[in-house]
Design a protein around this ligand. Sequence first.
Ligand code: ATP
Length: 235
Amino acid sequence: MLLEMRDVSVNYGKVSAMRNITLSVPEGGIVTIIGGNGAGKTTCLRAISGLARLSSGEIWFQGERIDTLSPDRIVGRGIAHVPEGRRIFKDMTVEENLRTGAFLRRDAEAVEQDLEGVFKRFPRLRERRTQRAQTMSGGEQQMLAIGRALMAKPKLLLMDEPSMGLAPVIVEEIARIIEDINAQGVPVVLVEQNAELALELADHAYVLETGNMALEGPASELHDNEHVRAAYLGV
Ligand code: ATP
């Protein structure tokens, strides 16, 4: 397994955000975490990237325990996080935003090649490279947030609600981008409220309900599961 979360609980003060969650991410695929508002999905990603501290449990990545490391060290190990709401630097240009993704890297030539790769993948980012990020549309900002994460040369990409607030046609575009990044060898953990989209993209799925793991299984099986259909797919 590439990543293993073992029996992890996270509290925010007296609020228990996730309880005894165990999940694993294999090399290669797309794993999704679905669930309603406040189920603990964002907390799960924040625990992996070191932004939320565990109250119990362990997280292992490539055979190393990482829940004791600082967030920048976790980025250094190869885990990049595309946060909920994109969190780009609005006053910086598109190119400056992208370069922040490579802040830990010392391989200057490879960084330039990867920047070129991001511009190839997202031609609109190239066209707008000197433009301030806040002038971009929601879809473009999402692409920028994904591009910035790719600049870290990740071995694992965590994506929090990439479809949020975007028009259906843009959501489809983002979905193809996620598939494409994965096809080029980067495993993805995808958190989504849009369960239909998530189950279409993922190989394996976990369902969180108020901080507990309710269900897990192959995404295609969960797509046909009665409870999932009634609670998350609106059928
Ligand atoms: P959403 O899709 O609405 O973002 P989520 O499944 O990602 O939901 P989390 O954001 O992980 O859920 O929140 C899990 C629980 O932890 C919720 O009850 C939430 O109110 C609580 N919570 C999250 N962040 C904090 C915080 N910084 N302080 C206190 N409670 C928090």
